[in-house]
Design a protein around this ligand. Structure first.
Ligand code: CAA
Length: 257
């Protein structure tokens, strides 16, 4: 597929998607989301790829869903056209995805980042869910994911006032995993992705699935799920290899089996 709104590359075992609508600060229109889904599906089915990084420009990761595209939508049009349904696919990605954020990460841009597994942010990042200022509320998971990341009090503050949060506040409240100098941000994200991709792919995917269970189940259920998945790992060759390599004081050679 020839992409118009994103740039898709691979760096060894890492897939890299760069959102590329500079004229609109990477506002997420339907065409871009469709392309992003296509790229993620490609990486998902490519056995060589172990992790994906999604990034934007220095000025904007993404300034939200495309306001110009949705301004005139009617309810019936958006209902029949399944508006925003395409976004869900991103959250269903089984291999890990890192959001490498610089500049504005607003509205749907923040919702996209929160669908990723790890957010690594540059010191220049600004986060907000400003939908309230447009006469709407977040519609791509923001009202549900943000409280899970940062708690109800701060999520209410951000969603009801629409204010922007800087990178250090975002790190303090647990929205982002790391804050990095602007010129080091993408390298830090790619290095984290390369590290993840160097491990056993099925084990990484099972770990991601299990951590995500913590968001959706009570502790006792989640712990039971964890135990099941943990025990199943002893049926993999990579568990045997990983532990044998430790005992023999050598680097493991994972074969994704
Ligand atoms: N949709 C469409 N176009 C956008 C956009 C968006 N979300 N954000 C920025 N742009 C466009 C601007 O319209 C402008 O285009 P023109 O040059 O054609 O006028 C261009 O990008 C550059 O933007 P600005 O001139 O506004 O740049 P700035 O540096 O002065 O301001 C900004 C930057 C503060 C991010 C400002 O652009 C802004 O407030 N953007 C909108 C942010 C927003 O409200 N996002 C939420 C969208 S709703 C949503 O996401 C719903 C959902 O939950 C799914």
């Amino acid at each position: 597929m020839a992409y118009q709104n994103i740039i898709v590359e691979t760096r060894s075992k890492v897939g890299l998607v760069t959102l590329n609508r500079p004229q609109a600060l990477n506002a997420l229109n339907e065409a871009l989301i469709a392309e992003l889904n296509e790229a993620l599906s490609g990486f998902e089915s490519n056995p060589e790829i172990g992790c994906t990084v999604i990034t934007g420009s220095e000025k904007a990761f993404a300034a939200g869903a495309d306001v110009k595209e949705m301004a005139e939508k009617t309810y019936v049009e958006s209902y029949l056209g399944k508006f925003l349904d395409g976004w869900t696919r991103i959250a269903e990605t089984r291999k890990p995805v890192i959001a490498a954020v610089s500049g504005f990460c607003l509205g749907g841009g923040l919702e996209l980042a929160m669908m990723c597994d790890i957010i690594i942010a540059s010191e220049t990042s600004r986060f907000a869910l400003p939908e309230i200022t447009l006469g709407i509320m977040p519609g791509a998971g923001g009202t549900q994911r943000l409280p899970r990341f940062i708690g109800k009090a701060k999520a209410m503050d951000l969603i009801l006032t629409g204010r922007m949060m800087d990178a250090s506040e975002a790190e303090r409240c647990g929205l982002v995993a790391r804050v990095v100098a602007p010129d080091k941000m993408l390298d830090a994200a790619l290095a984290a992705a390369a590290k993840i991709a160097s491990y056993s792919q099925p084990i990484v995917m099972m770990a991601k699935e299990t951590v995500n269970r913590a968001q959706e189940t009570p502790l006792s259920e989640g712990a039971r799920f964890e135990r099941r998945v943990f025990l199943s790992m002893f049926a993999t060759e990579d568990q045997k290899e990983g532990m044998q390599a430790f005992i023999e004081k050598r680097k493991p050679a994972f074969r994704n089996r």
